[in-house]
Design a protein around this ligand. Structure first.
Ligand code: MTE
Length: 315
């Protein structure tokens, strides 16, 4: 996320338009065929046979019908600063992360603080498949078939008290397994946070898998947050602690560059980052950029959370 914007090359500078349009028609026909395959069973796609399969998950009606990004791209183009600052090496470097045994501790303003073993989270019934748009602040996007469950299901078990105004999440801190933590490029452990109503929103999930199998390490194994209307950096990976707190937590990117990263970080095409215009995005696997949608296209479901707030101030 700190890396400077690469220069834009206009497609017309590369491919003759007639050739391009012919190719595009062919690709569109092919993608319609592929999309209908996906509609029958996303989890049967070519995911890594090395990772355990999750029990069959029913597809949530909130899933987008857009074609999922390939498993290869989802698992080989990652932001995971605990391993590397580029997007290609986490796929190999994250192999050093040990995800068993794994626990997630819960503390703070809850009546029933407790520790979850990862096996309990993997058995949260029912697991759902949620196909979500995933929009990174660097103006690229993907469509990811997550497997997980609404965070509000876990929160209800914990019985938060009236003092719980925000939820704070922390990633594992272990510089032996996470070599990026030996550098001070960010403050460790990685911290993220949500306002209580955002955490309780039915679109907010804890993901334990994708494409029907457990999460690959580089995608945040064994459990990560997914908040589809916010920039990808809010979706913290490899969570070990969840705390219910009264004050807005100081999150990793806000701490690093407060002028660029806000606590809310809702996808907003009208509010540019210094390095990246947020008006358009490149869907990984696509040729042309597409317009970015307010709240990443989830405005009907989430806009009311921010009614009356100045979104330029609370970015
Ligand atoms: N969580 C941790 N712990 N460390 C990170 O570096 N990167 C964030 C987010 N969660 C990150 C993280 C950013 S910048 C993005 S865009 C998404 O993870 C990327 O998720 P993906 O690699 O599964 O696409």
């Amino acid at each position: 996320m700190l890396i400077a914007k690469s220069p834009d090359i206009r497609p017309s500078e590369i491919t003759d338009e007639a050739v391009y349009n012919g190719r595009r028609r062919f690709l569109m026909a092919a993608s319609v065929a592929t999309a209908s395959l996906f509609l029958t069973d996303v989890s049967a796609a070519d995911s890594s046979p090395d990772l355990p399969k999750l029990p069959p998950a029913r597809r949530s009606p909130v899933s987008t019908s857009e074609r999922p990004t390939t498993y290869r791209d989802i698992t080989h183009y990652n932001n995971y600063y605990e391993f590397a600052t580029d997007k290609y090496s986490p796929a190999t470097l994250a192999a050093s992360l040990v995800t068993r045994p794994w626990t997630v501790g819960v503390d703070g303003a809850v009546r029933r603080p407790r520790t979850y073993d990862i096996d309990e989270l993997l058995k949260m019934n029912p697991l759902e498949e949620r196909i979500y748009r995933h929009r990174c602040v660097e103006a690229w996007s993907m469509v990811i078939p997550w497997v997980g469950f609404p965070l509000n299901r876990l929160i209800r078990q914990l019985e938060p008290t009236g003092r719980a105004k925000f939820v704070k999440f922390e990633t594992l801190y272990d510089p032996k397994e996470m070599p990026g933590q030996r550098s001070d490029i960010l403050h460790w452990p990685y911290v993220e946070g949500l306002r209580m109503d955002e955490a309780m929103h039915p679109l907010t999930i804890l993901a334990v898998g994708l494409y029907g199998r457990v999460l690959p390490n580089q995608d945040g194994a064994p459990v990560r947050l997914v908040v589809p209307w916010k920039y990808g950096f809010k979706s913290i990976k490899s969570i070990v602690r969840i705390s219910f707190v009264e004050k807005q937590p100081l999150t990793t990117w806000v701490r690093a560059v407060p002028s660029e990263y806000g606590f809310y970080s809702n996808v907003n095409p009208h509010d540019d980052h210094t390095l990246w215009s947020q008006a358009r995005e490149r869907r990984i696997g696509d040729f042309f950029k597409r317009p970015t949608l307010m709240f990443n296209g989830y405005g009907d479901q989430v806009a009311q959370l921010y009614r009356g707030m100045d979104l330029n101030r609370y970015f």
